[in-house]
Design a protein around this ligand. Structure first.
Ligand code: NAI
Length: 283
């Protein structure tokens, strides 16, 4: 199957990065968000990153113009009727995602593949909201998408081999490295990463050390490029909490209990870098 037109739904930090990578790889991309402001912010972020790439000599002015030409902003989900592949990157919430997939199932052409960038939610359950579960798959990009090479490709229970192969081949076209993963809470990446982040939050909650010192231990002591609390701020504390809840519920094991401090920050609207405050403050 040949994929030409792609829609990315959700123009937040992940959706805008995914749209940029597809447009830079020659696909025509509709970047969709239900919120005009979020859409404008997403397009603006892509423009800024492309300009930076030109300044650093990694992209020509012509390449930047061509990439932007392949990007169409959209606030109308009906635009998905023109697409061979849709990648959903809306908030990490099952009800919101299944509602989007139900609509996509009626709008998109029969051959279209529907993918989710979910960090942790079961692909099998998302697929069951559609009448084409064999064409539903997880494509879990890493943050920041234009930089990170990995894409976890998650097979739902009913995902067909043909769908899997199409997505794996396309991931190579994006100059990314695909890894095949079965549908289990948190997949591989977040099953390992999130409990570490959650433990760092417990370490702060119990007064063992300051945020900066916790991050310094993990950076200098374990050679991590970024400390776990700073990484949590970059991911978004709401997203971290959603993922911990998925692990906690999915495995029914208290070792995945989200730290009360994480809940408190999310309730206060301290969502990390995107809201200006999390474990650190941002301009
Ligand atoms: P975000 O909060 O930055 O962006 C979400 C966007 O979706 C917002 O612009 C919002 O207006 C839009 N949206 C919400 N409902 C919508 C709907 N029904 N139709 C159209 N647009 C809608 O979130 P972020 O961080 O980009 O996360 C998106 C997804 O990617 C989540 O499932 C998350 O778990 C996953 N993810 C996040 C990573 C991270 O580091 N933040 C890494 C990998 C995956």
């Amino acid at each position: 199957m040949t994929i030409k037109n792609v829609m990315v739904i959700g123009a937040g930090q992940m959706g805008s990065g995914i749209a940029q990578v597809f447009a830079q790889s020659g696909f025509h991309v509709y970047l969709n968000d239900r919120d005009d402001k979020a859409l404008a912010k997403g397009i603006n972020t892509i423009e800024k990153l492309l300009t930076r790439a030109v300044d650093k000599g990694r992209l020509t002015e012509e390449g930047k113009a061509e990439t932007l030409n392949r990007l169409t902003p959209s606030t109308n989900l009906e635009d998905a009727k023109l697409c061979d592949l849709v990648i959903e990157a809306v908030v990490e919430n099952m009800d919101v995602k299944t509602s989007v997939f139900k609509q996509l199932d009626t709008i998109t052409p029969k051959h279209a593949i529907l993918a989710s960038n979910t960090s942790s939610l079961p692909i099998t359950e998302i697929a069951s909201a559609t009448n084409r579960p064999e064409q539903v798959i997880g494509m879990h990009f890493m943050n920041p998408v234009p930089v990170m090479k990995l894409v976890e490709i998650i097979r739902g229970l009913q995902t067909s081999d043909e769908t899997y192969q199409t997505i794996e081949d396309m991931t190579h076209q994006l100059q990314k490295t695909p890894v095949e993963v079965n549908d289990f809470p948190g997949f591989v990446s977040n099953r390992i990463l999130m409990p570490m982040i959650n433990e760092a939050i417990y370490t702060l909650y119990e007064g063992v050390a300051s945020p900066k010192d916790i991050d310094t231990v993990m950076k200098l002591g374990m050679n991590h490029p970024m400390g776990p609390l700073q990484l949590a701020d970059f991911i978004g504390l709401d997203t971290c909490l959603y993922i911990m809840e998925v692990l906690h519920e999915g495995f029914a094991d208290s070792k995945y209990r989200p730290c009360p401090l994480l809940r408190k920050y999310v309730k206060a609207g301290w969502l990390g870098k995107k809201s200006g405050r999390g474990f650190y403050q941002y301009d």
